[in-house]
Design a protein around this ligand. Sequence first.
Ligand SMILES: *Cc1c(COP(=O)(O)O)cnc(C)c1O
Length: 305
Amino acid sequence: MFSSLNLSQKANIQLDFSNEFDCEISLKPEYLIHPQVSGNKFRKLKYNVEEAQRQNKKTLLTFGGAFSNHIAAVAAAGQEFGFSTVGIIRGEELFNKVDTNPTLKFAYDCGMVFKFISREDYRNKSSLHFVKSLINEFGDFYLIPEGGTNHLAVKGCEEILTEEDIIFDYICCSVGTGGTISGLINSSQPHQKFLGFPALKGDFLQEEIAKFATKSNWNLVNDYNFGGYAKINLELISFINAFKCQNKIPLDPIYTGKMMFGIYDLIKKGFFPKGSKILAIHTGGLQGIDGMNLILKEKSLPLIG
Ligand SMILES: *Cc1c(COP(=O)(O)O)cnc(C)c1O
């Protein structure tokens, strides 16, 4: 047998949010499933790591931006399972920022080797020509796509929901590439509805999810991306800080903060039928808070506490 990512499932937490519609909201703390790297990125890696072991690969290679939760997770998984890891990072200018960028620093400390490329090259990263050049440079590797989404990743995310989650009418999840919500949808019950909250302007997402999801009980809510990927404002920062104060649960500014802001707003607007039981998946991403705080500090904005 292969050694496998050991992910510990934790009980749902009911949130304290009284509202005139008697909606109950619970949170699934996926950010607690692994001591080192929080959340869905390890779910997505579980079967990919096993497949890389099965293929006897020695190196995991993947792609990401400077604050990518996926880059951090691949670096940590590589260290845990004895793979070399290579991160192809968007932005040539970052090569001398490894010490000051918390995500890159973490990945570097896990042993990841970086290759920094221009935004233009990054757009062509899936081309056969480019992948061949990577094989020339790094030798044989197991390639994991940007954000980690493939069929094995979706399979890993089919293990997030458990039997106790049958009581929920609505299940909410932040969406980046769509892999996580696809796994959730595939493991759902017929009475359950899924709401995906894209963290970016993602017109392509509808199609991406349809590729992996085997059911149609889902919708995307596009009103809470705050202008795009990693874009935030004072209102979102205040919400994240107030949420932590009230529930003792941290949210990340890129994914889970936006989703939770959206859920609370939809409840207040009466979107959910009276008495709905809502489950929000806390997909983690907490390693991104430090990086965002560096940017907020530069702009003299309040920090995420
Ligand atoms: C990557 C990520 C997501 C989005 O997952 P996808 O499978 O790409 O849709 C959501 N939340 C967090 C915290 C993430 O890091």
